[in-house]
Write a protein that binds this ligand. Structure first.
Ligand code: XMP
Length: 329
């Protein structure tokens, strides 16, 4: 393997040489490991000529915005603007039930918000941003012609769910991809050298469309987002408390748009069912459902029904990928 201290030093040198002294650079932070490490590398190279944005699309997990902003600001001192676009996203998603349509609307709205951020920045600094930082990793890169030996190539096309295709066209942004030769474990090692908290570097992946792919049907109906956030938080916190978070590739709750009859106290209830999903995987392409022990599941199920209003039934998803996908949409 490579020495990550050397790779980091070299990467900083390359970025310093690439970005002109008057140039400004923009980056969208998702709250995930890759964009955070990429931005931190660039910040080390060019300081506050890097301008990051974090968009709250109203589809984030419990206290996610507060938590990642605290890491960006207090731990990493990244220059980041937080945009609360909850209203913009949720108003456009109202009544939409088709999964691909939901994804399309979310992707398009993200580009709108990013476009506004880039143009506001242009007004502020009096110059169009020149570069865009992306947290592309080596596995995202499609090798066109692998050379003999161990050298890694980096000619590639950008994956369709990366938002670069729709970025402000009049800006002609060039890409900076400081992680494009690295694997995930190398990205974590680089993050650790730069003092990114280890708990942050171990976070499970989270999809761009957020909780929208974990609520079949209209995500704005009733209080489904609020219920899902509470259930998910209990599940994830229990997994952390049990010391099994790092064994799992991804774990989350799913809101089911179905009500069943229950009995809580001496009352009959007509409330929602939720599903729990946890999988192990190498790369997300295939996955196996995770074997929890029954005592753990029993505790989580009780905790959820006792503390989340509107839920009276907990199911466990015991399907691998294939035939299922990891997300429910
Ligand atoms: P699936 O559900 O296809 O997911 O088995 C495989 C991995 O990809 C993530 N995922 C997404 N990530 N935008 C993203 O950024 C998306 O639209 C999206 N759909 C799925 C999923 O969380 C899992 O890690």
């Amino acid at each position: 393997g490579w020495n990550m201290e050397d790779v980091l030093e070299e990467e900083i040198k390359v970025i310093k040489a690439l970005v002109g002294p008057e140039d400004h650079v923009i980056c969208a932070l998702s709250g995930g490991v890759d964009s955070t490490v990429a931005a931190t590398v660039v910040h080390k190279a060019i300081g506050d000529r890097l301008h990051c944005v974090f968009v709250d699309n109203g589809l984030l997990r419990y206290k996610e915005r507060e938590r990642v902003m605290a890491t960006f600001e207090s731990d990493l001192h990244l220059p980041v603007t937080c945009v609360d676009a909850t209203e913009e996203f949720l108003s456009k998603l109202k009544g939409v039930t088709e999964p691909e349509m939901k994804r399309k609307i979310i992707g398009k709205e993200f580009i709108n918000i990013f476009d506004i951020f880039a143009h506001d920045l242009e007004k502020k600094v009096g110059k169009k941003p020149a570069y865009l930082v992306q947290g592309t990793l080596y596995p995202d890169v499609i090798e066109s012609c692998p050379p003999p030996g161990s050298g890694r190539t980096h000619s590639h096309t950008i994956k369709s769910h990366h938002n670069v295709g729709g970025l402000p066209k009049d800006m002609k942004l060039k890409l900076i991809e400081p992680l494009k030769l690295l694997f995930k474990d190398e990205v974590r090692a680089m993050g650790k050298i730069m003092n990114i908290p280890v708990a942050f570097l171990r976070r499970h992946p989270f999809p761009g469309p957020g909780l929208a792919v974990r609520i079949p049907g209209d995500v704005t109906a009733g209080n489904s987002l609020d219920i899902l956030r509470q259930v998910d938080e209990i599940f994830i916190q229990s997994i952390k408390d049990a010391g099994i978070y790092d064994e799992i590739w991804q774990a989350f709750a799913v809101f089911l748009p179905v009500k069943t009859v229950g009995v809580q106290g001496d009352q009959r209830t007509h409330s929602h069912a939720v599903a729990l999903r946890a999988v192990t995987s190498q790369d997300g392409m295939t996955a196996d459902w995770y074997y929890f022990d029954f005592k753990f599941l029993d505790d989580v199920s009780r905790k959820i029904c006792n503390s989340v209003r509107g839920v009276n039934r907990v199911l466990l998803d015991i399907t691998s990928k294939p035939p299922s996908t990891i997300e429910w949409e």
